[in-house]
Design a binder for this molecule. Sequence first.
Ligand SMILES: Cc1cc2nc3c(=O)[nH]c(=O)nc-3n(C[C@H](O)[C@H](O)[C@H](O)COP(=O)(O)O)c2cc1C
Length: 294
Amino acid sequence: MNPICDLYSIEYPLIMGAVSALPGLGIAVSEAGGLGTIAAAGATPDQLRERIRAFRAATNRPFAVNFPIALMPPDQLEAKVALCIEERVEAVITSAGSPRVATARLKAAGIRVAHVVATTSHAEKAAEAGVDAVIAEPVESGGYRGNDEVSMMVLIPSIRRALPGMPLVAAGAVADGHGIAAVFALGADGIQLGTRLIATVESELPAHYQKLILAANDTATASAEGRIRPRVAKPEFAEAVLGEVKRIQMGQVAALITDVAPAAEVIRRMFQESAEVAARTSNALGVFAPAVRA
Ligand SMILES: Cc1cc2nc3c(=O)[nH]c(=O)nc-3n(C[C@H](O)[C@H](O)[C@H](O)COP(=O)(O)O)c2cc1C
């Protein structure tokens, strides 16, 4: 019924962004019916194996391991790809690099592979590399975008036109049911949430992340300098809230987040609200359909 739910055997078309190296938040997301994620960049291979096993011990629901390719030395990436194959991980998400590096090997081992992109041409390259899904990360998101600053409003429809049959996930800029309804209207099949899931009871990040997210307004973040350019809290904003400058990665959507709640509650209420918003939008726009006006 939904290509992302079908691909991963999950109840909600929701992927957790790679915001936690520990398994706890991911377990909560998977238990709630989404796809939990373990961020693998910082872990040693032994730590990653332990965390995969801890995830498995806590739930039999599926989950993903995330590899931001540009942030991992090649030998580490190689060791962790081999480990995911050995451990028979269900899904891997690659980002910040070429989709050709690991996709074929992972897919040959029966692992579902999605790649994160910030432009339509990168989405086409991911499709050529054989990925099962594309995760589109626009300028608003808390993720890695390089120099391209394509907005959600253009990125999703543009990839949808280029790759009509590709399962497509909108990453970022979503924190409520309005956001879900909007990205589905643009052509997405699912969402990947980063910043919203940091503002949950199960978050494993230091407390100052939540403090900044709750304090943020719509001008609190900016694209970081450097090669992969994640979105971060502006230094002056971090200093005003925390009393010191810290480089904290977070999406523009922090402006819309006003509470910390259990992940399952966040997910349930977002999808409930999205159905209500979609129905209201359908009513509001239905009156302009030619068949109704005639
Ligand atoms: C603190 C933080 C760390 C992240 N680390 C990774 C990572 O290791 N790999 C990756 O592909 N994306 C990473 N992301 C991006 C998320 O996976 C996700 O796509 C993004 O946060 C979505 O945008 P949003 O924060 O506006 O929801 C990170 C995001 C944040 C906020």
